[in-house]
Design a protein around this ligand. Sequence first.
Ligand code: BG6
Ligand code: MG
Length: 216
Amino acid sequence: MQQPQAIIFDLDGVLTDTSEYHYRAWKHLADDEKIPFTREENDAHLRDVGRRESLEYLIRDRQYSEQQMQEMMGRKNRYYQQCIRSMTSADVAPGGRDLLQEIRQRGIKTAIASSSKNSLTVLEHLGLIPLFDGIADGWCVVNGKPAPDIFVYAAGMVGVHTPDCLGIEDAAAGVEAIKAAGMRAIGIGPRERFHGADAVLPELSNLRLAQLLDAR
Ligand code: BG6
Ligand code: MG
């Protein structure tokens, strides 16, 4: 593609493997509540999905009060925060830091568009904050992915029109959000996970900018 003016990254499952920690935290909660929940369900239904929507998927038609749901979301978040506490710069996807540096050296803006309210903590642990021109997280918009809002917000943070942005995602809901924002979308993961993506790459590890731009 023509060189984008901004590349906007999802965080969890793209730049680092925190999607595994989200899964473990939901699994812990599901086990507490004796709700059956598998890794396959997580991959198919919870990747990139916000905290409340994830809980709603998990409990389905079981009856809980709003207060009980708030408590469960808080409990899942505590389990998640225990997982991320020991993260370090070694937890950045291999080559991820080099890729971000290369993008910036080419004069392309970098931004995060993540649904997670824990994004800043994760980015601090990874030591990546200085490599982003804009960070949009779960505190920034009301409508989560697949709504385009978080990607539009991130593009605004770096002052680039959405058609000039490239978005990178590991989840179907995220690719949908990127396309709804009018951006080119690259899915990271198995090809069958993504329908509307412009290109798919199996993983972000050790990618160079040219491979991102040439991806099909
Ligand atoms: C997304 C993750 O980035 O953020 C989801 O892919 C997670 O798994 C969502 O549910 C919300 O995260 P948090 O940290 O605000 O509960
Ligand atoms: Mg993700």
